[in-house]
Design a protein around this ligand. Structure first.
Ligand code: CIR
Length: 254
């Protein structure tokens, strides 16, 4: 069961966040700050002790802390983000985790982002994406092998930023997955809860115990999760989504 969460506030320069497609509507930074505050509050309501780092003006994407580290049982692998504009974010994350984790690092040419890493039991499914390369995957396997972790690469569909843009872990060998994105057979031995492709954005949820935080506006996903026995908490993520962000990206939880 998760006990802690690390987050970082929204940068004053959040409207300059890296995006895959040009924005149709500008990001409302003040609204993003409020949405982020509600997110942190939701983590607290779920019983997590939260540490919030101050926003970093130099890093418009700095709130997406998940990408900067992969955590397994007291070890933190600090990543080397695949996008040059995000390099440097990971240093403050390493500092924040140093008190609670043994720190491991990775060197060029390896790149890896936490959004591509989905731990379920003793496996980490890792996306081969534009952000995560083979050297990054090898380093992930090397760091966590002593803890009995098996690293399982999964191809991320074209045009999808990270593995967890379309799927996310649920407690107890279960996974939430958007239909038509990644084949269910990529997750052998897991109970796969499928949601319709048009709700793929909600494939990224944060589940703590039997409660799943999901983005508002995805009724079929809510039904799937509730039918699977989860309570759901709905959050408005409109501004976070404009920056290609979703729920898991906004925290590191352990
Ligand atoms: C980026 O392109 O890196 C950010 N704008 C969004 C990162 C989202 N992170 C995640 O899904 N883990």
């Amino acid at each position: 069961m998760f006990k802690h969460a690390l987050t970082r506030g929204i940068s004053a320069n959040f409207s300059d966040a890296t995006v895959m497609l040009s924005l149709v509507e500008p990001i409302d930074v003040a609204l993003a700050v409020r949405q982020h505050g509600v997110y942190v509050e939701a983590l607290r309501e779920l019983g997590l002790e939260t540490t919030e780092l101050a926003p970093a003006e130099a890093f418009p994407d700095g709130c997406f802390v998940e990408d900067c580290a992969v955590l397994v049982d007291g070890v933190a692998l600090i990543t080397r983000p695949g996008t040059p504009s995000r390099r440097g974010e990971e240093a403050t994350i390493a500092g924040a985790l140093a008190g609670s984790h043994r720190i491991a690092t990775m060197e060029a040419p390896a790149t890896l982002e936490g959004g591509d890493c989905m731990r379920i039991g003793q496996r980490i499914f890792v996306g081969r994406s534009s952000r995560t390369n083979e050297a990054g995957i090898r380093r992930l396997a090397e760091v966590f092998a002593p803890q009995g972790i098996e690293v399982v690469p999964v191809r991320v569909p074209e045009g999808t930023l990270h593995l967890k843009c379309v799927c996310s872990p649920l407690p107890g060998d279960q996974v939430l997955l958007a239909e038509g994105t990644i084949p269910s057979g990529s997750f052998p031995g897991l109970e796969v809860h499928l949601i319709p492709m048009e709700e793929a954005y909600a494939g990224n949820c944060v589940a703590v115990g039997n409660t799943a935080i999901i983005p508002g506006g995805f009724p079929r996903t809510r039904m799937v999760l509730e039918a699977a026995g989860f309570n759901t908490m709905l959050l408005d993520l409109s501004e976070i989504r404009k920056a290609d962000g979703s729920l898991t990206c906004l925290s590191l939880i352990w």
